[in-house]
Design a binder for this molecule. Structure first.
Ligand code: FPP
Length: 233
């Protein structure tokens, strides 16, 4: 991970999104929760494209957590199907696709076909500069435990913060500057626990499917007013 910059910057280098509120958005319309996720993907595309246009170096989206398997099977399958459709499209249009895709999370739970596609996309896009992190079967605690096990397997006597960061799923991304959570809840739900150390937190009541470019502008405007001291004065 790159070093923290404590110079005031109006544009974050890296924003991570907790895309919450799809279910409520659908229920308000008398529709099943899956309908909300479908519109959630639309919002994801809009936000990703806009962040790229603004010049962010990395964006991260919390698409599916290690806890989301507890949801009804139908909903889990709907989310994974939306993901498969998006990834198939990325693969098909790989030459037009601008991003380096990195999956944050444990891929080993997925079937061979999905896992192979995830690895292929990571490899095919590895040389690109702008990073799109998709957190899929991701948990912050799981990431930290996984990092510990990686380091233990190397039989080290002790480790530094830098060693640790090199085995996190986000090892290739710049520091997370801001975590944005939609949907009104004020918690981080096992997302980027290590990386949140000095991230600015931004919460909005807007439900994810309604979150658009003006909302990204509002979050960045708020970011630009924050004084980042990183423990200094
Ligand atoms: C949280 O809203 C949302 C999720 C757990 C899933 C988000 C997934 C997507 C937007 C699709 C991912 C696909 C791509 C291509 C990125 P919620 O269901 O918890 O909403 P609620 O709080 O209103 O119930």
């Amino acid at each position: 991970m790159n070093e923290l910059s404590n110079t005031a910057s109006t544009l974050p280098r890296h924003i991570a999104f907790i895309m919450d509120g799809n279910g409520r958005w659908a229920q308000k319309r008398g529709m099943p929760r899956e309908y909300g996720h479908r519109f959630g993907v639309k919002a994801f595309r809009t936000v990703l494209e806009y962040c790229d246009k603004l010049g962010l170096e990395a964006t991260t989206f919390y698409a599916f957590s290690t806890e989301n398997w507890k949801r009804p099977r139908r909903e889990v399958e709907a989310i994974l199907k939306l993901m498969d459709t998006y990834l198939a499209e990325c693969e098909k249009k790989i030459d037009e696709y601008a991003f380096r895709i990195v999956f944050l999370g444990d891929k080993s739970v997925f079937d061979e076909k999905r896992r192979a596609r995830m690895i292929r996309l990571e490899e095919l896009t590895a040389m690109r500069r702008r990073i799109l992190n998709i957190a899929l079967n991701y948990g912050g605690r799981d990431e930290i435990v996984n990092a510990c096990n990686r380091l233990l397997s190397e039989n080290r006597a002790c480790v530094t913060t830098e060693d640790f960061e090199k085995v996190l799923y986000t090892k290739d991304s710049p520091e997370v500057d801001m975590i944005v959570r939609t949907g009104g809840d004020l918690r981080i739900s096992n997302f980027l626990l290590w990386q949140a150390a000095y991230a600015e937190l931004y919460f909005t009541d807007v439900l994810w499917p309604d979150f658009g470019t003006a909302d990204v502008d509002a979050a960045i405007a708020e970011f630009s007013t924050r004084k980042r001291r990183f423990g200094g004065v």
